[in-house]
Design a protein around this ligand. Structure first.
Ligand code: GTP
Ligand code: MG
Length: 263
């Protein structure tokens, strides 16, 4: 059996990862694809949606806090390393489910996932060549030119750390007006529009810094297909799937693994 395609959902705290994983898993199911959800966030409490495999079975933030007298952030850091120690158990649980796609929710704070050595080991152990990192652009940041640049840099950092294909998506698109969506699409397709917007927004820009920064952004190339999508309204999920599929299948669409249910 071919190895399942694995999508890691990353993004800044509150970007909408958990909600999106749930919405996307439901969309996949109704479209006839076979997917399981893995929760790798040990602090993911209180969601009424049950993941198929949950790291909290092995590592719980509240237990770590009680056991070692840690605060919430210290416990998150300790948990990040403990997850790596349990990753083969997680992998085994996923393998038992024999699925085509694995959707992985990652810890709330991106630095815990993106900047720690343990995460690289986690990704290497959990999935092989057929892996994609989805990076969610939170509109709270993405709607401003400076915030958009920060997210571009963060997404590039994640790519640099993991060396895996990235799919960038604009989450919670329902909170943006059509004008805002068009403006963000302009910034993602054309760095010069972003440069102009940043220059307009910054009365006394550090010219050298912004020039160097934009040179880097231009080198990274346009963010072709920053998919606007909304878990709340169920929009853009198909476009996101197609972006992942281009990575997994080299452009070929997979056949649904069972007949689509009627909608
Ligand atoms: N309007 C709108 N709100 C959303 C959408 N998706 C998520 N939210 C809200 O955004 C907030 C954060 O969503 P989460 O899914 O918890 O985000 P997260 O990235 O998993 O958050 P952490 O794991 O805590 O960092 C919640 O209040 C959600 O209800 C969406 O598509 N539209
Ligand atoms: Mg979450």
């Amino acid at each position: 059996m071919e190895e399942p395609g694995t999508v890691y959902f990353t993004g800044t705290a509150g970007a909408g990862k958990t909600t999106y994983v749930r919405a996307f898993a439901q969309w996949m199911q109704s479209a006839g694809y076979d997917a399981v959800v893995v929760n790798l966030d040990p602090g993911n409490e209180g969601s009424e949606f049950e993941p198929d495999v949950d790291i909290r079975e092995w590592v719980r933030l509240t237990d770590l806090q009680d056991e070692y007298g840690l605060g919430p952030n210290g416990a998150q850091v300790a948990a990040a390393d403990m997850i790596a120690l349990k990753i083969f158990e997680v992998k085994q649980a996923v393998q038992e489910l024999k699925t085509d796609y694995v959707l992985v929710d990652t810890p709330g704070q991106i630095e815990l996932f993106a900047f720690r050595e343990a995460s690289k080991a986690i990704v290497d152990a959990l999935s092989g060549d057929r892996s994609v990192i989805a990076f969610l652009f939170d509109p709270a940041l993405a709607r401003n030119p400076a915030g958009f640049v920060s997210l571009l840099m963060l997404s590039a950092t994640v790519e640099f750390r993991f060396r895996l294909p990235m799919v960038n998506l604009l989450s919670k698109a329902d909170v943006l007006t059509p004008d805002q969506l068009a403006e963000i699409a302009g910034w993602s397709d054309d760095p010069s529009q972003l440069y102009e917007a940043v220059s307009r927004d910054t009365p006394t820009p550090d010219v050298q810094l912004s020039t160097e920064l934009f040179r880097a952004i231009e080198t990274m190339g346009p963010l072709v297909g920053l998919v606007p999508t909304s878990a709340k309204e169920g929009t853009g999920l198909d476009a996101f799937y197609e972006s992942c599929q281009r990575v997994f299948g080299g452009g070929e669409d997979l056949e649904p693994s069972h007949a689509p249910t009627s909608e």
